[in-house]
Each structure stands twice: as C-alpha cells, then as structure tokens.
Design a protein around this ligand. Structure first.
Ligand code: GAP
Length: 490
C-alpha cells in the first residue's frame, strides 16, 4: 500500500486533505491525474449501467434529505457500530473488531517487556489474553456504546433539534424516495433500475487504509426494481436478477482490467445480513490489506419502499397490468464505491518490470480509465519546428482524447514518466518528421507512436493519427494496427 500511496502523491493522483495544516485524518483530495482517473471510472460505470442498457435510468438526488427519511430507512436506529474508548490514551475502537487486531502487551513473565501479539492470540510467554487497550497496552476500555455513523448537521441559522438533518450515509435512499417520480415521469415497466453516483458520508470509528475507508466517499449505486410475483424459469424473479447482477458486476471489474484471481465472492452469513436484506453477496478484492469488500450486491426486498410508503403516507407501488393489482417491487442493489474501485484499479495495474537492466514502473490501466490517453513529446526541444508541430498535434488530439505535451526531460525519461501514470500511447515528433529547411530537406510528416505495454513503436503519417487512435481507443488490438505501419527504432 505504501508504494501506491507514494506514487499517488508524487504523480498527482491523491493528496492528503488540508496537508499544509498537518492534514485531517482519513480525508483525501484527488489531484490532477486522480480526478481524471476517478471521472473515467465513474464514466465507464455510467456508460455500461445506464447509457447502454434499455432497462436503466439515472438520478442525481440531493445529499441533504428530510430527516424523516433516515427514521423510515432504519438508519437512525440501526446504522450504528459498538464503540469502546481507551481510558488512558483516549483511542477509540470498534468493539466487534478488537480481537481481529494485533495488541500491545507488557508481559509480567518477562519483567514487563513490551510485545506485539497477533490478533486473537494469547501471549506466548504468560498465556494472557487481551483485556486492555490494544494500542497502548495500558488503558482500560469503557463498556461498548452504540455510536451512530451518520454525520449530523443543522439546516438554517439556528442550531436546535428541529433543524437537525444528516449528511446521507448512502445514495440509495434518494432513489427510493423518488421511486414514484421516476416511474411516472419515465413511464417505466418492471423490471427497471435507477442508477446514481454521488457523495456519501459516514463517521467511521476506524477509517483508514488510504482511500479504502474514509469519512467522505463516493458511491455508484443501482436500485433494480423487480416484480416479486414474476418467475423466471420457474424461480422467483428477484433471486434470478440478484444472480444476474452479481455476474454482471463481477464481469465489469474484469472488463476494465482487474485480474480474475484478485476477485472473489463472499456470501453474507445470516447473522451478518443488514436489517433490510434477504441475501447479500460481497465482491471482494485482494487489496494490499487483504481480501476486502469492493462492492456489495444485496436483495433489499420491498423493505425500503414499504417503510417510506408507511412513513410518508404516499403509495410507492407499481400497477401490474397482467394481474390487475398493485405490487411493491423488490429491489436488487449493486452498491459500489468509486474510491475503492479507483484503489483496486490502481493496485491491480501497478507493475515493476525490468527493461534492459533498469526498473520500469508501469500502470497497466485500461485505456478507458487512463487519466492521460496520449502524451505528445518533442525529441528535441531546441528545434522550433519540432516543438510547434508537437504542440499543434496535442491541440488537435485533445479535442477527442485527454492529451498532454511534455518537453521537460530527455525522451527516455519522458517515456518512463508516462508509463508510471498509465498513459497508453506516446507520440514523438523528431527531425525526420519535420525535416531541415536550411538543408533543403523536407520531413516525412510521420511521427512515432509508442505503446505503453509492449513498448513497440511504429511510424504513422500525421494525417492518419486521428484514425489510428480512433481504432485503438475503440478496442482494436495494437498488433492489428501496428501490422499496417513500419516499425520505428526503439
Ligand atoms: N446502499 C448500500 C450500501 O451503502 P455498503 O456496503 O455500506 O452498502 C457500499 O456500501 C459500498 O460503498 C462499499 O462496498 C464500498 O465500496 C463503499 N463504501 C462504504 N463505506 C465506505 C467508506 N467509509 N469509505 C469508502 N468507501 C466506502
């Protein structure tokens, strides 16, 4: 993880929030390349789940909602974690995770020597188990208290109870309360889904591990509404759609480059299921901190629509034409984190390779996700025609793809820099391209395209560049394109 955190800071992906004031714990800012990468992740998700599907529409609901939403949804009463405090060092822990973490122990059998003991294990010297604070090893812990994870705030100028509202802890509720608006305005037929991307906030007791668990994060959520009276191949439609969405979401991460062996599915045990869920399966990724949740795919049944209907007095039903009756749809919810997805894509793409005896760091990001698509590089920055041609090319390519110009180092170094941030293609303008007017030599008006992954290079006429990149970014294999052009010397 340290390698990724360091790369992210050095190359402008992610910075500590408010760093010049010493930082604020578990809050992160996306830098120039990070915002491009995150936008690309969100764009790919939206395109595949909304634009390309006939059964999905989008929504962008407000973060602040009527406080009654959170009572009806169960968040006010149930969205809590048991919390304990150390009376000595004042650190705070989740009571249910205490035995999973390593603990500090001053062992009486070895004259009070300090040891770090693995989570859940007894001291190998005295056999004692942890009772005190796992961090400082000295303080007693308070009894567990339920701690609500929602951030409370006030609407308007007076900080009184009547003005209390909450920053939403999930985007899902904005979809449920708009169910009827969306249904009526878009004249939809079941099954259909509503997708939303937006910020959510949780006052996590133990945030951390970079952008994996933060107080403020972005979710990419789908609420897919299904008629519970329908059957598909003799099975309840909600159960079949649940499986379809698990498969679809599993395939999505692989489509954008995550290796199959780094993904797995984990079923929630009965005792672990959220208060609204009939079944939940997590898609887990092998993060540097171990296998952890990347996305949850839950069958929320009709819980949310029924709750909001009861609490608001508004009917949130669907009229089933075939059965001539109103029905409350069931909901399948694939709920992904944009920030966690960014982390997984970064981790999976990161490679250290040896090239001609030197270390090359390369982010093998899918071209759709790469923050910069094309870097245009002049071989010699002292030659004005080369610089002018390269800058003109960048401006033309930038109309369709994120393209940058860089002349701040020698070409080898420039290539390495682009490899490290995952730029799939570099275009180099050299003497051969522009010729030498003083010597009466005309250039060949060809440039070199270098592919990030294979490091192969081809010479392509400038006038064909847009066509070539159009093909490459549409998914044509490099080998198929490269076969049409002469190789350039590496
Ligand atoms: N509406 C259902 C829901 O919110 P969740 O499992 O609590 O379910 C869904 O959250 C996803 O949101 C998670 O799989 C994770 O990717 C992301 N997420 C949740 N809490 C997060 C946090 N504190 N920081 C970053 N991402 C988080």
């Amino acid at each position: 993880m340290d390698v990724i955190v360091s790369l992210c800071k050095r190359r402008g992906f992610v910075f500590q929030s408010s760093e010049i004031y010493g930082g604020i714990a578990s809050c992160w800012d996306y830098g120039p390349l990070g915002v491009e990468l995150k936008n690309n992740v969100k764009r790919a998700w939206w395109r595949d789940n909304v634009t390309l599907r006939a059964d999905m529409v989008g929504l962008d609901a407000a973060i602040l909602m009527h406080p009654a939403v959170w009572k009806a949804s169960g968040h006010l009463d149930h969205f809590t974690d048991p919390m304990v405090d150390c009376k000595a060092c004042r650190r705070r822990f989740r009571a249910d995770q205490l035995d999973e973490r390593p603990w500090t122990h001053y062992c009486p059998a070895t004259k009070g020597n300090k040891f770090a003991v693995a989570g859940g294990e007894a001291c190998p010297h005295c056999g004692a188990r942890r009772t005190l604070c796992p961090e400082c090893g000295k303080g007693e812990l308070t009894p567990p208290r339920q701690f609500n994870l929602m951030f409370k705030t006030f609407m308007g100028p007076v900080e009184e109870d009547a003005a209390v509202t909450y920053l939403r802890p999930e985007t899902a509720q904005g979809i449920f309360v708009n169910f009827d608006n969306v249904l009526q305005s878009m004249r939809l037929k079941l099954p259909f889904g509503v997708a939303q991307i937006g910020k959510s906030f949780r006052n996590e007791i133990t945030p951390g591990n970079f952008i994996f668990r933060t107080h403020e994060f972005e979710q990419m959520e789908i609420e897919f509404f299904v008629n519970p009276n329908d059957a598909i191949d003799g099975r309840p439609a909600d159960e079949v759609w649940h499986e379809r969405w698990i498969e679809e979401r599993f395939a999505w991460y692989q489509r954008y480059g995550i290796r199959r062996e780094n993904l797995r599915l984990r079923e929630h045990e009965k005792a672990e299921l959220a208060h609204y869920a009939k079944r939940t399966a997590d898609i887990e990724y092998k993060f540097p901190i171990g296998w952890s949740e990347l996305e949850g795919v839950a069958n929320r049944t009709d819980f949310d629509l029924k709750q909001h209907s009861q609490a608001s007095g508004k009917s949130l039903t669907y009229f089933d034409d075939e059965r001539k009756s109103h029905v409350v749809p069931y909901v399948i919810e694939p709920s992904a984190g944009a920030d966690r997805s960014v982390l997984a894509f970064l981790v999976d793409a990161y490679r250290e390779e040896e090239v001609r005896g030197e270390k090359r760091v390369v982010l093998r990001l899918h071209p759709d996700l790469a923050p910069i698509k094309i870097a245009v590089l002049p071989l010699l920055k002292k030659r004005p025609e080369i610089v002018a041609t390269a800058q003109d090319l960048r401006a033309r390519l930038a109309r369709r793809w994120t393209a940058v110009y860089d002349d701040t180092a020698a070409i080898g170094r420039l290539y390495r820099r682009q490899d490290e941030v995952g730029t799939p293609y570099c275009v180099t303008v050299d003497v051969q391209t522009v010729g030498d007017a003083e010597k009466g030599e005309a250039g060949d008006q060809r440039v070199t395209i270098r592919a990030r992954d294979s490091m192969e290079q081809i010479r392509v006429p400038i006038e064909e560049l847009a066509t070539v990149f159009g093909e490459l970014f549409d998914g044509t294999a490099w080998s198929a394109v490269a076969a049409r052009y002469p190789a350039a010397k590496g």
